[in-house]
Write a protein that binds this ligand. Structure first.
Ligand code: AMP
Ligand code: MG
Length: 333
């Protein structure tokens, strides 16, 4: 475990083709030199990540995108100007410099400039970094260095400890490689903000719905089971009163509930509070750590609110609906 001021040691490891887990404002990433295919392939091995799931390249400033893409169109420039550095990933046609290991054989590449200063300093000292979330494949993404350690101890060269992540869910992903911009993954930057900035943006079907067995994923990551704690996650749809009444009836000693702060006094089973009901920033920040906490305490079943699908809530919905296997129990009858 390295301290955030040990960036030079981390840069040396990257330059030698090693793996370093890095803090970003979204979640911790597992980074390798993006231009070194052999180093990048180690990421897939360490995570147990399917080889057809491409990685996001992290850059230190917008100018670094030029060597990675074959076209940097107007809409992409506008988005970069408005949202970088920050939690937005854009997908564009790739340049020949990007190894196949990064793009998983696709002719496009995903790029983002993180706002986390430690991450950007490391990129400046080493190279653009290919970095997926630093969890074992399928597990909830890590939002602090301990989560990374729990999943990756013995499998990677170092962890750069930068404290807790601010955002807590992965970046918004938009593809500009098709004729109409399309949201592939929701995040802190909402589809409403993207539309205000560049006009029409389609929301890919797989953001909200399970991918049909016959459909090809626009973003390969969307077809895999994701964000799952060991516990069984059960989503409940219904107002506060119905929600509290339903969970309080559960007699299973191994069950807990992810609840809002305002509900704590009405809940009689073990609970993990995820923030106030209208505070989506806090709910997003606490989502993955709450799921990991439930596992740590040994709960086998976790009840949670089914979030809405507008604005910032869409990012929470997209993660927790996958953790719950796309099932929702409607309490409103
Ligand atoms: P992770 O970094 O683990 O959060 O995963 C990155 C996400 O971006 C995955 O869902 C990938 O499938 C997606 N992604 C990365 N590169 C591309 C690309 N070129 N085209 C479509 N999706 C991509
Ligand atoms: Mg991931």
């Amino acid at each position: 475990m390295l301290n955030a001021d040990d960036i030079e040691t981390a840069a040396d490891i990257i330059k030698k083709g090693g793996l370093v887990a890095i803090p970003t404002e979204t979640v911790y990433g597992l980074a390798a030199d993006a231009l070194n295919g052999k180093a990048v392939s180690k990421i897939f091995k360490a995570k147990g990540r399917p080889a057809d799931n491409p990685l996001i390249i992290h850059i230190a400033d917008t100018s670094q995108i030029n060597m990675l893409v074959s076209d940097f169109p107007e809409k992409a420039r506008t988005l970069a100007k408005k949202f970088w550095p920050g939690p937005l990933t854009v997908i564009l046609p790739k340049s020949d410099l990007v190894p196949d290991e990064v793009s998983a054989g696709l002719d496009t590449v995903a790029v983002r400039c993180p706002s986390n200063i430690t991450a950007r300093q490391l990129i400046k000292l080493s190279s653009p970094l290919a970095a997926p979330s630093a969890n074992r494949s399928g597990r909830p993404s890590p939002t602090n260095a301990q989560h990374v350690f729990d999943d990756m101890n013995g499998r990677i060269d170092a962890i750069l400890n930068g404290g807790e992540c601010d955002v807590g869910v992965e970046s918004t992903v938009i593809t500009l490689a098709d004729s109409t911009p399309r949201l592939l993954r929701p995040g802190k930057i909402t589809v409403e903000q993207l539309r205000e900035t560049i006009g029409e943006v389609i929301v890919d079907d797989a953001v909200i719905n399970p991918l049909g067995a016959d459909k090809k994923a626009a973003s390969p990551g969307m077809k895999y089971k994701h964000y799952s704690p060991k516990a069984n996650v059960i989503l409940l749809k219904g107002g506060r009163e119905l929600f509290c009444k339903y969970v309080n009836k559960q007699v299973d000693k191994n069950a807990a509930v992810l609840c809002y702060d305002e509900e704590i006094e009405n809940i009689t089973i073990p609970y993990i509070s995820v923030g106030r009901s209208n505070d989506y920033d806090t709910q997003a920040r606490k989502l993955f750590s709450s799921l990991r906490k439930a596992d740590e305490y040994g709960f086998k079943t976790v009840y949670a609110h089914c979030p809405g699908t507008e604005g910032e809530e869409l990012a929470i919905y997209n993660r927790i609906i996958r953790a719950a296997g796309f099932e929702v129990t409607n309490l409103e009858g």
